[in-house]
Design a protein around this ligand. Structure first.
Ligand code: SF4
Length: 336
């Protein structure tokens, strides 16, 4: 059975129970016309001032044959909770999954056990599925390394692969084969000349061409915070509880800031773009991003799934020129 998910949850348990997780966010944003899902939700009464991702998820569920959804009821946002209630009223089976308030092993273990019980998964099957998915995660870590260390993978390729680790595109075996083909081809590439190095923090951007735009402006995206979190490169070295304890997204923003700070140092980032979604509570966290990160931060807000508009383009250009000026980069590096 295909089970919709609203955010990253332990896919190992879903696969172990014989089901196929399907990240509704990816269905929404990868559709050739994602705006139609928002219209469907607004026609149903979702306010204009609700996050577009939430409306997108609702709209997607009006068009696909999915009748069970795992809703992240703790560690995500109150919009998701309300979405779950509307979906339950629509007749869908809602399975709540709640990350504990703090990353503590005891409460997280209980949450994993509860999901295991609800889906009727067996511990041996979970262990076997974890092993399979860890194989993908190892290869995704290699894609990430080739991005920031070897300069052979582009930022948008990195994002596309890593963000897919929320559900492994519904077919872990095929996904692994695709990753391996990509890696074999990427390793033969010539390393790209070193350019300005940026990180992208925050929820995955709703702007379809953001990565390409950054590249066109002469910057290289060498760190995708949340997609890397979805890929959990640390997973092969730990058990399931520790794996999801180290996942920063559901917990306090301080842990995310530590993770991004580490990336700034290790990957030698020149700046960070903090993407925030309109009407999302995480916009408030931007205050801490600006205070805590050791490199300049540009906050970028967007609402609808569309291309980068003129105003945003100008802000990106100015930010990149400012960083390049600070580094005294040669003229050729901008606007290649
Ligand atoms: S972008 Fe913010 S408001 Fe929208 S679903 Fe994600 S956490 Fe919730």
């Amino acid at each position: 059975m295909k089970i919709g998910i609203t955010s990253t949850i332990p896919a190992e348990i879903v696969y172990a129970a014989g089901h196929v997780p399907c990240d509704l966010n990816n269905l929404f944003i990868n559709d050739p016309d994602p705006g139609r899902f928002i219209t469907l939700a607004e026609d149903e009464g979702f306010p204009r001032t609700t996050c577009a991702w939430i409306k997108g998820l609702y709209g997607v569920l009006q068009t696909v044959e999915i009748d069970t959804v795992i809703v992240v009821s703790g560690g995500d946002c109150s919009n998701t909770l309300a979405l779950g209630e509307v979906l339950a009223h629509d007749g869908l089976r809602i399975i709540p999954f709640s990350y504990p308030l703090r990353p503590e092993p005891g409460p997280l273990k209980l949450a994993l056990e509860e999901l295991t019980r609800k889906l009727k998964a067996e511990p041996e099957q979970i262990a076997a599925c974890k092993e399979k998915l860890d194989r993908c995660r190892r290869k995704l870590a290699e894609i990430d390394r080739l991005t920031w260390q070897d300069g052979k993978v582009r930022g948008r390729e990195n994002l596309d692969f890593l963000v897919s680790a929320s559900d492994f595109r519904g077919e872990p075996r095929a996904f692994l084969a695709e990753i391996e083909n990509f890696l074999a081809q990427a390793k033969t590439r010539t390393a790209r000349p070193r350019r300005l190095r940026l990180g992208l923090a925050g929820v995955p951007p709703i702007l379809g061409n953001l990565c390409q735009t950054l590249e066109n402006l002469g910057a290289e995206l060498v760190f995708n915070e949340i997609p890397r979190q979805f890929a959990m490169p640390w997973a092969p070295d730990c058990d399931l509880v520790e794996q999801y304890l180290r996942y920063t997204y559901p917990y306090q923003v301080e842990r995310r800031l530590d993770d991004i700070t580490r990336a700034c140092r290790e990957r030698q980032l020149d700046g960070v773009i903090h993407y925030t979604q309109s009407f999302c509570f995480r916009q408030i966290e931007d205050i801490l991003f600006k205070r805590r990160l050791p490199v300049p931060v540009l906050t970028l807000e967007a609402d609808q799934p569309e291309a980068v508009d003129g105003r945003t383009l100008t802000r990106l250009e100015t930010f990149i020129e400012m960083l390049a000026g600070a580094k005294e980069m040669p003229d050729w590096f901008i606007k290649t």
